[in-house]
Design a protein around this ligand. Structure first.
Ligand SMILES: C[S@@+](CC[C@H](N)C(=O)[O-])C[C@H]1O[C@@H](n2cnc3c(N)ncnc32)[C@H](O)[C@@H]1O
Length: 236
């Protein structure tokens, strides 16, 4: 993406979240499941009181509502100061009066010191690339940098069958340019790192993370095919 395209992508997100200002905040069901429930292959400890979490690219803050209820100390990022401000206010006005330190940042440059977090959430965000020359390994290194050793990353990325990837143009190096005719056409032109399968995910994140746990969502949602690869892993 050119600098102009990046600017326009940020403005699209700013307009999107400004329009959501008055909407309700419901956490994603699979974030709830991962942080609260018990499953055969998930052994992430659920004693969150006082631990620090960063919700990277938190959007309107829907998942922070849950993380707050769990007793975590809340930190977050979004791509522009104005989105940070809209979300900070929305959470402050929530019935739970949620306080969060939310700072502008992008996937390759997260505004926190090293070894700071016990948990990180990157929910449908880590694969947004600045441009076609960007190196996804910089995203992996940056996310690992701010987690404590042994800290947990909870992450969701779209799977190959997800509606948002349909029609995308291949750019090489596992990068694609989004071209969707769904209601999410504001994403068109955006560059994603796509993942073929969990082997691809584990080898790509393996430089900084280990002990991967996998979960797949494959859902026909009233005709909209949703497919997401969710994983939990620990900083090496
Ligand atoms: C699909 S939304 C997910 C938002 C939130 N995590 C949620 O689950 O509701 C993708 C988010 O990625 C952010 N984003 C876009 N480009 C980005 C980049 N280069 N680095 C980090 N985040 C980016 C957008 O602002 C947007 O909030």
């Amino acid at each position: 993406m050119s600098a102009a395209a990046q600017q326009s992508s940020m403005q699209n997100w700013e307009a999107y979240y400004a329009n959501l200002k008055e909407s309700y905040l419901f956490p994603n069901e699979f974030v709830v499941r991962t942080f609260l429930a018990h499953y055969p292959n998930l052994d992430m400890p659920h004693n969150y009181q006082g631990a620090k979490v960063c919700d990277v690219s938190c959007g309107d803050g829907r998942n922070l509502v849950l993380l707050n209820k769990l007793g975590l100390e809340l930190f977050a990022t979004e791509v522009s100061p104005s989105i940070c401000e809209v979300t900070r206010q929305k959470l402050a006005q929530h019935s739970d009066r949620i306080a969060v330190d939310i700072r502008p940042g992008v996937n390759y440059d997260l505004p926190f010191e090293g070894n700071f977090f016990d948990y990180m959430l990157s929910w449908n965000a880590i694969y947004y690339m600045a441009d076609a020359q960007s190196d996804f390994r910089d995203h992996v290194r940056e996310h690992a940098r701010i987690l404590k050793p042994g800290g947990y990353l909870v992450c969701s990325v779209p799977g190959p069958g997800c509606f948002s990837l349909r029609g995308a143009q291949e750019l090489g190096n596992d990068l694609i340019q989004i071209q969707t005719d769904s209601k999410w056409n504001m994403l068109n032109g955006t560059i994603y790192r796509r993942f073929r399968d969990f082997e691809d995910i584990e080898s790509t994140f393996g430089e900084g993370f280990e002990d991967f746990r996998r979960c797949t969502i494959r859902d026909d949602c009233y005709g909209l095919p949703l497919e997401y690869s969710i994983f939990v892993c620990r900083k090496k």
